[in-house]
Design a protein around this ligand. Structure first.
Ligand code: PRT
Ligand code: ZN
Length: 285
């Protein structure tokens, strides 16, 4: 049987989350140890463990059918491969940063400056788009120490919490792009591989949707049901179960994590009591 070949980062920031998603989708991989290739016994996929920088190339060449990688790597390598799903983890931004003591007045500051980065292509496009002539100094790691040791005036690097910049006396002054982990795909998949991919994405969405939602159970007076229905409409409509206590019922529904506290406040205003909020494992709508 044909197997969908999935390129995953061998070890690094994306590895655990990538394998976690696959496992939450109910896919078992043989041999927990990171070999170079691993197959699943209950789903037609094969995992190739690679350095993240190599993933776009493998996918573009069709050696891997799909890959899980940061968008930043795809952009930097300038591969025009389709992105089939955003995964919402490894979120970061690529930003320009300068010494915090410098008075920054705008992007023109970078004219004539020397910028250290591991992302010369993304930076070069930004500079051209903004009509700035700067010198790009490409280095492969520890970019944030470059200004401190006199190698460059400023840096262009990945930022997530910002604490690395702060501890190196730097300040983020321009966010150039935002990136997250995505599934990229080779241009033409066979019909059978496309079916496997569709099934995989269906499962991943169920897991991700579940993470964004909570199951809520509460007690409320019957005469408030209409109001409560408006607040927590759920997937179709809430389930209402009578309580032994007269005039009261239990309401079961689903609510979104985003507006969680706001919804809880409204429910309490409607007289809801004994509110339980429970995680959902999978959600298929
Ligand atoms: O060995 P391999 O080549 O496979 O891995 P790698 O070392 O090149 O990459 P890795 O594992 O560090 O990162 C993989 C991907 O994670 C990146 O391509 C990004 O898409 C994403 N990502 C998300 C990050 C960060 N957040 C991040 N914070 N990648 C790197 N960082 C580094 C950043 O370079 C800086 O040094 O963390 C530091 C900043 O972090 P904060 O939190 O202090 O701002
Ligand atoms: Zn890398």
């Amino acid at each position: 049987m044909e197997r969908l070949k999935i390129a995953v980062q061998k070890s690094g920031r994306l590895s655990e989350k990538s394998l976690g998603l696959i496992s939450e989708a109910g896919i078992k991989l043989d041999n927990g140890d990171r070999k170079l290739i691993s197959q699943s016994s209950n789903f037609p996929i094969e995992i190739l463990f690679l350095r993240d920088d190599d993933i776009p190339q493998y996918v573009a060449d069709g050696v891997a059918d799909i890959g899980i990688v940061g968008e930043n790597v795809i952009w930097e390598k300038k591969f025009e491969i389709p992105i089939v799903e955003k995964l919402g983890f490894a979120k970061c931004r690529l930003s320009l940063a300068i010494a915090k003591s410098i008075d920054y007045t705008g992007v023109q500051y970078f004219n004539g400056k020397k910028i250290a980065t591991s992302y010369p292509n993304i930076l070069s496009k930004f500079l051209t788009d903004n009509n700035i002539k700067a010198e790009i100094h490409e280095i492969s790691g520890s970019v944030e120490i470059a200004p401190g040791i006199g190698l460059a005036d400023s840096i262009f690097d990945i930022v997530s919490s910002g604490s690395t910049l702060i501890s190196n006396g730097l300040r983020e002054v321009e966010i150039v792009v935002k990136s997250e982990a995505v599934i990229c795909s080779t241009k033409k998949l066979s019909d059978s591989k496309q079916k496997i991919l569709d099934k995989l994405i269906f499962r991943l969405r169920a897991v991700q949707k579940a993470e964004k939602n909570k199951y809520v159970v509460l007690n409320a007076p019957y005469d408030k049901i209409e109001l409560i229905k408006e607040i927590i409409p759920g997937m179709k409509s809430p389930t209402v179960v009578p309580l032994v206590k007269e005039g009261w019922c239990s309401v079961h529904s689903v609510l979104q994590e985003n507006d969680f506290w706001e919804v809880i406040d409204k429910l309490q205003e409607c007289g809801a009591e004994g509110i339980l909020v429970i995680p959902i494992e999978k959600m298929i709508v």
